[in-house]
Design a protein around this ligand. Structure first.
Ligand SMILES: Cc1ncc(COP(=O)(O)O)c(C=O)c1O
Length: 385
């Protein structure tokens, strides 16, 4: 007979998937729903990346690879990490893994019964469940200001003798916030003083519109205690390829690779060849996609200014708008209102933590036409409130 384990009982279903399910049901009923829910670029993967993977398949590169990834991809990631992120990395510091899986392995390898992990509130939806599955406890700390800073002061509020790890995510999903160097320096001091690990999720690194991206592992003394995760999904329009990586000191990476050996085995062989082409080949399509996102960011801010009762600062990074609304509803009620009255799907802010209440997340990784029509429909629907 089935009895749920205590471990799984503590894992909540993803609030983001629930709304996508309702939206899909309405679509199946024939409603034309415009969706701002998805966290993936609507662009196709650049052709030269597809060609490299295709060639690899035709050449018979269709077998298992080493668990940590093919040497040339580990090398390419190490070079990227040295040149762009100023990390003292070699190929031996790299594990190729889907970013979400890399995060999961980092947490599973390092967090156990009773350990606490400091995360922001709001935060991306999958940190807390991974911590719970590992037997740890997420300690949420609030973000500061309308640019959603994770400050050293707020991190300190969450640090106790039971803290094992701090998770950072810049640029952030869902807020679009980009960490300031001064905040990272303060958080680095806390990690050093309290002997904590840092998991730095930098998957939106290429999407920075204001300020600059900094990797905390590049700060003095931080490489040895930081697991930096990144990947190709968002920047190269490669969500379905499932290629990302973790960069960490070998002693930390060893256990994460062991988890991968006994679970995923390895990333898809030919997808890894495509990833090498992405990192080492022509970057002009990446630049085009980033500039399209920058234009859409302007467009969503312009459209938002025409909606009464919704406010946001332009997001500094990622492709999410996280506006506050003042219609006297919960974010779930407002999301359901927009679905039924505007045929528009957005994410309730509360899906990302209690501090997301009063907000919705709107992804602008969708076409300009959808942004025009969808925001107009929202403006019309809220004018009736
Ligand atoms: C903040 C953040 N980290 C990690 C991931 C996982 O990325 P991937 O789908 O490439 O594993 C996502 C995807 O939405 C994300 O938003």
């Amino acid at each position: 007979m089935y009895t749920q384990t205590g471990r799984m009982a503590s894992v909540k279903p993803s609030g983001t998937l629930r709304i996508a399910e309702i939206a899909n049901k309405l679509k199946a009923e024939g409603r034309n729903i415009i969706s701002f829910t998805v966290g993936e670029p609507d662009f196709n993967t650049p052709r030269h990346i597809i060609d490299a993977a295709h060639r690899a398949m035709l050449d018979g590169f269709t077998h298992y690879t080493p668990a940590a990834g093919i040497p040339e991809l580990r090398e390419a990631v190490a070079n990227k990490s040295i040149n762009e992120n100023r990390l003292p990395a070699t190929a031996a510091n790299v594990m190729v893994s889907p970013t979400k899986q890399a995060i999961f392995s980092a947490i599973l390898a390092n967090v156990e019964g009773g350990n606490e992990v400091v995360i922001s509130n709001p935060a991306w939806v999958s940190y807390e469940p991974a911590i719970a599955i590992a037997g740890g406890r997420a300690v949420e700390v609030p973000l500061t200001g309308d640019d959603f800073r994770m400050t050293p002061e707020s991190v300190m509020e969450g640090v106790t003798p039971g803290t094992k790890m701090i998770i950072l995510n810049s640029p952030s999903n869902p807020t679009g916030g980009v960490a300031r160097l001064e905040d990272l320096k303060g958080i680095a001091d806390i990690a050093t003083d309290h002997d904590l690990l840092v998991l730095s999720d930098e998957i939106y690194e290429k999407l920075v519109f204001e300020g600059e991206h900094h990797s905390i592992a590049s700060l003095p003394g931080m490489f040895e205690r930081t697991i930096t995760v990144n990947g190709l999904s968002k920047s190269y329009a490669m969500t379905g390829w499932r290629i990302g990586w973790a960069v960490a000191p070998e002693v930390i990476l060893r256990d994460m690779i062991r988890i991968q050996e006994h679970s995923l085995t390895c990333c898809t062989s030919f997808a890894q060849k495509g990833a090498v082409a992405a990192l080492t080949g022509d970057q002009s399509e990446l630049r085009n996609m980033v500039s399209r996102f920058a234009q859409r960011r302007k467009l969503v801010m312009d459209k938002l200014s025409q909606i009464d009762g919704m406010h946001a600062k332009p997001p500094a990074g990622a492709f999410y708008l996280f506006p506050k609304f003042d219609y006297g509803m919960t974010s779930r009620q407002f999301t359901e209102y927009l679905l039924s009255e505007a045929n528009v799907a957005v994410m309730p802010g509360s899906a990302f933590g209690s501090a997301g209440e009063g907000h919705v997340r709107m992804s602008f990784a969708t076409s300009e036409a959808n942004i025009e029509t969808g925001f107009d429909a929202v403006a019309k629907a809220v004018s009736r409130l």
